[in-house]
Design a protein around this ligand. Structure first.
Ligand code: ATP
Ligand code: MG
Length: 404
Protein backbone atom coordinates (compact mmCIF):
# COMPACT_ATOMS: atom_id res chain seq x y z
CA UNK A 1 0.00 0.00 0.00
CA UNK A 2 1.10 3.57 -0.70
CA UNK A 3 0.67 6.50 1.62
CA UNK A 4 -1.75 8.99 0.20
CA UNK A 5 -1.39 11.84 2.66
CA UNK A 6 0.46 13.14 5.69
CA UNK A 7 -1.62 14.35 8.59
CA UNK A 8 -0.14 17.20 10.60
CA UNK A 9 -0.73 18.10 14.24
CA UNK A 10 -0.10 21.69 15.24
CA UNK A 11 2.41 22.73 17.85
CA UNK A 12 2.22 25.55 20.36
CA UNK A 13 -0.23 27.48 18.26
CA UNK A 14 -3.05 25.41 19.74
CA UNK A 15 -2.82 27.64 22.78
CA UNK A 16 -3.03 30.93 20.94
CA UNK A 17 -6.75 31.69 21.38
CA UNK A 18 -8.31 33.97 18.79
CA UNK A 19 -5.14 34.19 16.74
CA UNK A 20 -5.53 30.54 15.97
CA UNK A 21 -6.81 30.84 12.42
CA UNK A 22 -4.12 33.39 11.54
CA UNK A 23 -1.47 30.97 12.81
CA UNK A 24 -2.98 28.07 10.94
CA UNK A 25 -3.19 29.95 7.64
CA UNK A 26 0.41 31.04 8.00
CA UNK A 27 1.52 27.50 8.72
CA UNK A 28 -0.40 26.20 5.73
CA UNK A 29 1.27 28.75 3.47
CA UNK A 30 4.70 27.92 4.89
CA UNK A 31 4.15 24.21 4.32
CA UNK A 32 3.04 24.95 0.74
CA UNK A 33 6.12 27.13 0.13
CA UNK A 34 8.55 24.58 1.46
CA UNK A 35 6.83 21.75 -0.44
CA UNK A 36 6.60 23.80 -3.64
CA UNK A 37 9.54 21.69 -4.86
CA UNK A 38 6.97 18.87 -5.23
CA UNK A 39 4.42 20.42 -7.60
CA UNK A 40 1.85 17.62 -7.33
CA UNK A 41 1.49 17.97 -3.55
CA UNK A 42 -1.60 19.79 -2.19
CA UNK A 43 -1.91 21.24 1.30
CA UNK A 44 -5.08 22.00 3.26
CA UNK A 45 -5.60 23.03 6.87
CA UNK A 46 -8.53 23.23 9.25
CA UNK A 47 -8.88 24.13 12.92
CA UNK A 48 -7.11 21.08 14.34
CA UNK A 49 -5.15 19.43 11.56
CA UNK A 50 -3.37 20.13 8.32
CA UNK A 51 -3.25 17.60 5.50
CA UNK A 52 -0.60 17.15 2.86
CA UNK A 53 -2.00 15.19 -0.09
CA UNK A 54 0.90 13.40 -1.76
CA UNK A 55 -0.68 12.69 -5.17
CA UNK A 56 2.12 10.27 -5.93
CA UNK A 57 5.01 12.33 -4.54
CA UNK A 58 7.73 10.42 -2.68
CA UNK A 59 6.63 10.12 0.94
CA UNK A 60 10.13 9.92 2.42
CA UNK A 61 11.35 13.08 0.70
CA UNK A 62 8.23 15.05 1.61
CA UNK A 63 8.49 13.88 5.24
CA UNK A 64 12.12 15.05 5.35
CA UNK A 65 11.06 18.51 4.19
CA UNK A 66 8.19 18.60 6.69
CA UNK A 67 10.54 17.89 9.58
CA UNK A 68 12.03 21.35 9.02
CA UNK A 69 8.78 23.31 9.17
CA UNK A 70 8.31 25.26 12.40
CA UNK A 71 4.88 25.09 14.03
CA UNK A 72 4.44 21.33 13.53
CA UNK A 73 4.34 19.17 16.66
CA UNK A 74 4.00 15.74 15.04
CA UNK A 75 2.86 14.25 11.77
CA UNK A 76 1.66 10.87 10.54
CA UNK A 77 1.64 9.40 7.07
CA UNK A 78 -1.81 7.96 6.30
CA UNK A 79 -3.53 5.58 3.91
CA UNK A 80 -6.73 6.80 2.32
CA UNK A 81 -9.44 4.17 1.91
CA UNK A 82 -13.09 3.94 1.00
CA UNK A 83 -15.44 4.72 3.88
CA UNK A 84 -16.98 1.29 4.47
CA UNK A 85 -16.67 -0.99 7.48
CA UNK A 86 -15.69 -3.95 5.28
CA UNK A 87 -12.87 -2.04 3.56
CA UNK A 88 -11.66 -0.63 6.86
CA UNK A 89 -11.53 -4.10 8.42
CA UNK A 90 -9.60 -5.53 5.50
CA UNK A 91 -7.14 -2.64 5.49
CA UNK A 92 -6.57 -2.79 9.23
CA UNK A 93 -5.86 -6.51 8.92
CA UNK A 94 -3.41 -5.93 6.09
CA UNK A 95 -1.51 -3.19 7.96
CA UNK A 96 -1.36 -5.11 11.22
CA UNK A 97 -0.10 -8.28 9.59
CA UNK A 98 2.54 -6.17 7.95
CA UNK A 99 3.89 -4.44 11.05
CA UNK A 100 3.12 -6.89 13.86
CA UNK A 101 6.04 -8.58 15.58
CA UNK A 102 5.80 -11.28 18.24
CA UNK A 103 4.69 -9.89 21.61
CA UNK A 104 3.56 -6.43 20.46
CA UNK A 105 0.49 -4.78 22.00
CA UNK A 106 -1.96 -2.54 20.11
CA UNK A 107 -4.98 -0.31 20.25
CA UNK A 108 -7.31 1.19 17.69
CA UNK A 109 -8.00 4.88 18.11
CA UNK A 110 -10.89 6.10 15.96
CA UNK A 111 -12.40 9.53 15.49
CA UNK A 112 -14.95 10.75 13.04
CA UNK A 113 -15.72 14.17 11.71
CA UNK A 114 -18.43 12.60 9.52
CA UNK A 115 -21.13 11.94 12.11
CA UNK A 116 -23.40 10.24 9.60
CA UNK A 117 -21.03 7.27 9.44
CA UNK A 118 -22.77 4.05 10.48
CA UNK A 119 -20.57 3.33 13.54
CA UNK A 120 -19.50 5.78 16.22
CA UNK A 121 -15.87 5.82 17.28
CA UNK A 122 -16.31 3.38 20.17
CA UNK A 123 -18.14 0.88 17.97
CA UNK A 124 -15.53 1.30 15.29
CA UNK A 125 -12.70 0.61 17.77
CA UNK A 126 -14.45 -2.62 18.71
CA UNK A 127 -15.21 -3.76 15.18
CA UNK A 128 -11.68 -3.08 13.93
CA UNK A 129 -10.05 -4.50 17.06
CA UNK A 130 -12.09 -7.68 16.47
CA UNK A 131 -10.85 -7.81 12.88
CA UNK A 132 -7.26 -7.69 14.16
CA UNK A 133 -7.88 -10.60 16.58
CA UNK A 134 -9.31 -12.60 13.64
CA UNK A 135 -5.94 -12.54 11.85
CA UNK A 136 -3.53 -12.31 14.84
CA UNK A 137 -5.29 -14.29 17.60
CA UNK A 138 -2.40 -14.03 20.08
CA UNK A 139 -2.06 -10.23 19.98
CA UNK A 140 -2.83 -8.28 23.17
CA UNK A 141 -4.87 -5.11 23.24
CA UNK A 142 -3.53 -2.44 25.58
CA UNK A 143 -4.99 1.02 26.18
CA UNK A 144 -1.99 2.63 27.88
CA UNK A 145 1.23 2.95 25.86
CA UNK A 146 0.65 0.14 23.39
CA UNK A 147 3.42 -0.69 20.89
CA UNK A 148 1.12 0.06 17.98
CA UNK A 149 -1.58 2.74 17.95
CA UNK A 150 -3.60 2.45 14.78
CA UNK A 151 -5.43 5.72 14.18
CA UNK A 152 -8.58 5.74 12.12
CA UNK A 153 -10.27 8.93 10.95
CA UNK A 154 -13.61 9.04 9.24
CA UNK A 155 -13.88 12.24 7.22
CA UNK A 156 -16.42 13.49 4.69
CA UNK A 157 -14.58 12.31 1.61
CA UNK A 158 -12.91 9.10 2.87
CA UNK A 159 -11.35 7.26 5.79
CA UNK A 160 -7.69 7.61 6.78
CA UNK A 161 -5.48 5.12 8.62
CA UNK A 162 -2.12 5.75 10.20
CA UNK A 163 0.13 4.12 12.79
CA UNK A 164 3.36 6.10 12.73
CA UNK A 165 3.90 9.41 14.54
CA UNK A 166 6.93 11.46 13.59
CA UNK A 167 8.18 14.36 15.64
CA UNK A 168 8.14 17.77 13.94
CA UNK A 169 10.41 20.77 14.51
CA UNK A 170 8.18 22.45 17.12
CA UNK A 171 8.52 26.24 17.35
CA UNK A 172 6.12 28.74 15.83
CA UNK A 173 5.14 29.14 12.17
CA UNK A 174 7.62 31.50 10.50
CA UNK A 175 6.05 34.93 10.07
CA UNK A 176 3.63 34.75 12.98
CA UNK A 177 5.97 36.85 15.11
CA UNK A 178 6.59 39.53 12.46
CA UNK A 179 9.69 40.37 10.46
CA UNK A 180 13.32 40.93 11.49
CA UNK A 181 16.55 41.76 9.67
CA UNK A 182 19.27 39.14 10.11
CA UNK A 183 22.81 40.53 9.93
CA UNK A 184 24.38 37.65 8.05
CA UNK A 185 28.14 37.37 7.69
CA UNK A 186 29.76 34.29 6.24
CA UNK A 187 30.61 32.99 9.70
CA UNK A 188 29.31 30.18 11.87
CA UNK A 189 27.22 32.19 14.31
CA UNK A 190 24.88 34.39 12.31
CA UNK A 191 23.20 31.59 10.30
CA UNK A 192 22.54 29.78 13.57
CA UNK A 193 21.08 32.99 15.00
CA UNK A 194 18.86 33.23 11.92
CA UNK A 195 17.68 29.66 12.32
CA UNK A 196 16.79 30.22 15.98
CA UNK A 197 14.85 33.39 15.12
CA UNK A 198 12.93 31.47 12.44
CA UNK A 199 12.14 28.83 15.05
CA UNK A 200 10.28 31.38 17.15
CA UNK A 201 8.24 32.56 14.21
CA UNK A 202 10.31 35.51 12.99
CA UNK A 203 10.29 36.03 9.25
CA UNK A 204 13.84 37.03 8.33
CA UNK A 205 15.51 39.04 5.59
CA UNK A 206 19.27 38.60 5.31
CA UNK A 207 21.46 41.73 5.26
CA UNK A 208 25.03 41.15 4.12
CA UNK A 209 27.80 43.75 3.94
CA UNK A 210 30.27 43.27 1.10
CA UNK A 211 33.38 45.31 0.38
CA UNK A 212 34.61 44.48 -3.09
CA UNK A 213 37.37 44.32 -4.21
CA UNK A 214 38.65 43.70 -0.68
CA UNK A 215 36.14 40.91 -0.26
CA UNK A 216 35.91 38.25 -2.98
CA UNK A 217 32.87 37.04 -4.91
CA UNK A 218 33.42 33.83 -2.94
CA UNK A 219 32.59 35.59 0.32
CA UNK A 220 29.36 36.93 -1.15
CA UNK A 221 28.41 33.54 -2.55
CA UNK A 222 29.05 32.00 0.85
CA UNK A 223 26.49 34.33 2.46
CA UNK A 224 24.02 33.50 -0.32
CA UNK A 225 24.62 29.77 0.12
CA UNK A 226 23.97 30.11 3.84
CA UNK A 227 20.73 31.94 3.11
CA UNK A 228 19.74 29.14 0.75
CA UNK A 229 20.20 26.65 3.60
CA UNK A 230 17.88 28.71 5.77
CA UNK A 231 15.08 28.58 3.18
CA UNK A 232 14.50 24.96 4.21
CA UNK A 233 13.08 26.33 7.45
CA UNK A 234 11.63 29.65 6.41
CA UNK A 235 10.61 29.42 2.76
CA UNK A 236 11.69 32.32 0.51
CA UNK A 237 14.21 34.75 1.99
CA UNK A 238 15.14 38.20 0.63
CA UNK A 239 18.91 38.54 0.43
CA UNK A 240 20.08 42.14 0.72
CA UNK A 241 23.64 42.95 -0.30
CA UNK A 242 24.96 46.27 1.02
CA UNK A 243 27.92 48.00 -0.68
CA UNK A 244 30.28 48.72 2.19
CA UNK A 245 33.61 49.54 0.53
CA UNK A 246 33.38 53.32 0.71
CA UNK A 247 32.57 53.24 4.42
CA UNK A 248 35.38 50.88 5.28
CA UNK A 249 37.92 52.96 3.39
CA UNK A 250 36.67 56.12 5.05
CA UNK A 251 36.86 54.61 8.54
CA UNK A 252 40.35 53.31 7.84
CA UNK A 253 41.46 56.77 6.72
CA UNK A 254 40.07 58.61 9.70
CA UNK A 255 40.06 56.48 12.84
CA UNK A 256 42.86 54.89 14.85
CA UNK A 257 43.35 51.13 14.46
CA UNK A 258 41.86 50.34 17.84
CA UNK A 259 38.46 51.78 16.85
CA UNK A 260 38.12 50.37 13.34
CA UNK A 261 36.02 47.47 14.45
CA UNK A 262 33.72 49.48 16.70
CA UNK A 263 33.08 52.09 14.03
CA UNK A 264 32.54 49.46 11.36
CA UNK A 265 29.94 47.75 13.51
CA UNK A 266 28.21 51.01 14.33
CA UNK A 267 27.82 51.73 10.62
CA UNK A 268 26.51 48.24 9.94
CA UNK A 269 23.98 48.69 12.68
CA UNK A 270 22.80 52.08 11.41
CA UNK A 271 22.42 50.82 7.86
CA UNK A 272 20.63 47.63 8.88
CA UNK A 273 18.27 49.73 10.95
CA UNK A 274 17.57 52.04 8.03
CA UNK A 275 16.81 49.06 5.78
CA UNK A 276 14.65 47.55 8.51
CA UNK A 277 12.59 50.70 8.75
CA UNK A 278 12.06 50.93 5.01
CA UNK A 279 11.05 47.27 4.76
CA UNK A 280 8.83 47.25 7.84
CA UNK A 281 10.90 44.95 10.01
CA UNK A 282 10.45 45.09 13.78
CA UNK A 283 13.81 43.90 15.09
CA UNK A 284 17.44 43.23 14.17
CA UNK A 285 19.01 39.80 14.71
CA UNK A 286 22.74 39.17 14.88
CA UNK A 287 25.16 36.39 15.76
CA UNK A 288 26.97 38.04 18.64
CA UNK A 289 28.12 35.67 21.34
CA UNK A 290 29.32 37.11 24.61
CA UNK A 291 33.08 37.25 25.01
CA UNK A 292 33.83 35.31 21.83
CA UNK A 293 35.90 38.06 20.18
CA UNK A 294 36.83 41.68 20.92
CA UNK A 295 33.67 43.04 19.32
CA UNK A 296 31.59 40.99 21.69
CA UNK A 297 32.47 42.26 25.13
CA UNK A 298 29.65 43.96 26.98
CA UNK A 299 31.40 47.31 26.51
CA UNK A 300 31.57 46.73 22.76
CA UNK A 301 27.95 45.72 22.60
CA UNK A 302 27.05 48.95 24.36
CA UNK A 303 29.11 51.08 22.00
CA UNK A 304 27.70 49.35 18.91
CA UNK A 305 24.13 49.21 20.18
CA UNK A 306 24.13 52.94 21.02
CA UNK A 307 23.26 53.98 17.44
CA UNK A 308 19.71 52.59 17.62
CA UNK A 309 16.75 51.97 19.92
CA UNK A 310 15.50 49.08 17.81
CA UNK A 311 15.40 45.81 19.75
CA UNK A 312 18.36 43.62 18.84
CA UNK A 313 17.87 39.91 19.29
CA UNK A 314 21.04 37.87 19.87
CA UNK A 315 19.89 34.25 19.87
CA UNK A 316 23.36 32.77 20.48
CA UNK A 317 24.61 35.36 22.95
CA UNK A 318 24.96 32.97 25.88
CA UNK A 319 26.01 29.87 23.97
CA UNK A 320 29.49 28.38 23.92
CA UNK A 321 31.14 28.05 20.52
CA UNK A 322 30.77 24.27 20.60
CA UNK A 323 27.05 24.55 21.27
CA UNK A 324 26.70 26.89 18.30
CA UNK A 325 28.72 24.52 16.11
CA UNK A 326 26.43 21.63 17.08
CA UNK A 327 23.44 23.53 15.76
CA UNK A 328 25.35 24.67 12.67
CA UNK A 329 26.04 21.03 11.87
CA UNK A 330 22.45 20.05 12.48
CA UNK A 331 21.15 22.69 10.07
CA UNK A 332 23.90 21.96 7.55
CA UNK A 333 25.49 25.42 7.50
CA UNK A 334 28.77 24.52 9.18
CA UNK A 335 30.60 23.24 6.09
CA UNK A 336 29.75 26.43 4.20
CA UNK A 337 30.69 28.69 7.11
CA UNK A 338 34.19 27.28 7.41
CA UNK A 339 35.07 27.87 3.75
CA UNK A 340 38.11 30.17 3.75
CA UNK A 341 36.75 33.41 2.27
CA UNK A 342 37.60 36.52 4.24
CA UNK A 343 34.68 38.80 4.93
CA UNK A 344 34.87 42.55 5.14
CA UNK A 345 35.50 42.64 8.87
CA UNK A 346 38.40 40.24 8.83
CA UNK A 347 40.20 42.23 6.18
CA UNK A 348 39.92 45.59 7.87
CA UNK A 349 40.24 44.17 11.36
CA UNK A 350 43.11 45.49 13.43
CA UNK A 351 45.39 43.02 15.18
CA UNK A 352 44.32 44.34 18.54
CA UNK A 353 40.87 45.92 18.52
CA UNK A 354 39.75 47.72 21.63
CA UNK A 355 37.82 45.48 23.96
CA UNK A 356 36.42 48.37 25.97
CA UNK A 357 35.61 51.10 23.45
CA UNK A 358 34.00 54.31 24.69
CA UNK A 359 30.88 55.67 23.03
CA UNK A 360 32.25 59.20 23.44
CA UNK A 361 35.40 58.35 21.49
CA UNK A 362 33.47 56.60 18.74
CA UNK A 363 31.29 59.71 18.38
CA UNK A 364 34.35 61.95 18.16
CA UNK A 365 35.81 59.98 15.27
CA UNK A 366 32.46 59.89 13.53
CA UNK A 367 32.20 63.68 13.83
CA UNK A 368 35.03 63.83 11.28
CA UNK A 369 32.99 61.85 8.76
CA UNK A 370 29.83 62.50 6.75
CA UNK A 371 27.95 59.73 8.55
CA UNK A 372 24.55 60.53 7.09
CA UNK A 373 25.84 60.76 3.51
CA UNK A 374 27.74 57.48 3.83
CA UNK A 375 24.73 55.68 5.25
CA UNK A 376 22.41 57.08 2.59
CA UNK A 377 24.68 56.07 -0.27
CA UNK A 378 25.06 52.54 1.11
CA UNK A 379 21.29 52.18 1.52
CA UNK A 380 20.71 53.56 -1.98
CA UNK A 381 23.08 50.95 -3.39
CA UNK A 382 21.55 47.80 -1.89
CA UNK A 383 20.80 44.88 -4.18
CA UNK A 384 17.94 42.57 -3.29
CA UNK A 385 17.52 39.03 -4.55
CA UNK A 386 14.96 36.44 -3.50
CA UNK A 387 16.38 33.07 -2.49
CA UNK A 388 13.98 30.11 -2.67
CA UNK A 389 13.77 26.50 -1.45
CA UNK A 390 13.91 25.49 -5.12
CA UNK A 391 17.42 26.98 -5.31
CA UNK A 392 18.46 24.78 -2.40
CA UNK A 393 16.94 21.71 -4.02
CA UNK A 394 18.72 22.44 -7.32
CA UNK A 395 22.03 22.84 -5.49
CA UNK A 396 21.59 19.52 -3.68
CA UNK A 397 20.51 17.73 -6.89
CA UNK A 398 23.59 19.07 -8.64
CA UNK A 399 25.80 17.82 -5.83
CA UNK A 400 24.25 14.35 -6.04
CA UNK A 401 24.74 14.32 -9.81
CA UNK A 402 28.41 15.20 -9.35
CA UNK A 403 28.87 12.33 -6.94
CA UNK A 404 27.13 9.74 -9.18
P1 ATP B 1 29.70 35.17 12.66
O1 ATP B 1 30.19 33.78 12.94
O2 ATP B 1 28.23 35.27 12.57
O3 ATP B 1 30.44 35.82 11.54
P2 ATP B 1 31.55 36.23 14.50
O4 ATP B 1 31.76 35.37 15.68
O5 ATP B 1 32.53 36.19 13.39
O6 ATP B 1 30.07 35.98 13.96
P3 ATP B 1 31.76 39.08 14.46
O7 ATP B 1 32.64 39.03 13.29
O8 ATP B 1 32.15 39.91 15.64
O9 ATP B 1 31.42 37.69 15.07
O10 ATP B 1 30.32 39.56 14.00
C1 ATP B 1 29.29 39.72 14.91
C2 ATP B 1 27.98 39.78 14.15
O11 ATP B 1 27.96 40.93 13.30
C3 ATP B 1 27.78 38.62 13.21
O12 ATP B 1 27.28 37.49 13.88
C4 ATP B 1 26.80 39.20 12.23
O13 ATP B 1 25.50 39.18 12.77
C5 ATP B 1 27.27 40.64 12.11
N1 ATP B 1 28.18 40.75 10.95
C6 ATP B 1 29.51 40.67 10.92
N2 ATP B 1 29.98 40.80 9.66
C7 ATP B 1 28.92 40.97 8.85
C8 ATP B 1 28.73 41.15 7.44
N3 ATP B 1 29.75 41.19 6.58
N4 ATP B 1 27.48 41.30 6.98
C9 ATP B 1 26.43 41.25 7.82
N5 ATP B 1 26.54 41.08 9.13
C10 ATP B 1 27.77 40.95 9.67
MG1 MG C 1 32.36 36.74 11.43
Amino acid sequence: MQYSEIMIRYGELSTKGKNRMRFINKLRNNISDILSIYPQVKVTADRDRAHVYLNGADYIAVAESLKQVFGIQTFSPAYKVEKSVATLKATVQEIMQDIYKEGMTFKISSRRSDHSFELDSRELNQALGGAVFDVIPTIQAQMKNPDITLQVEIREEAAYLSYETIRGAGGLPVGTSGKGMLMLSGGIDSPVAGYLALKRGVDIEAVHFASPPYTSPGALKKAQDLTRKLTKFGGNIQFIEVPFTEIQEEIKAIAPEAYLMTLTRRFMMRITDRIREARKGLIIINGESLGQVASQTLESMQAINAVTNTPIIRPVVTMDKLEIIDIAQEIDTFEISIQPFEDCCTIFAPDRPKTNPKIKNAEQYEARMDVEGLVERAVAGIMITEITPQAEKDAVDELIEDIL
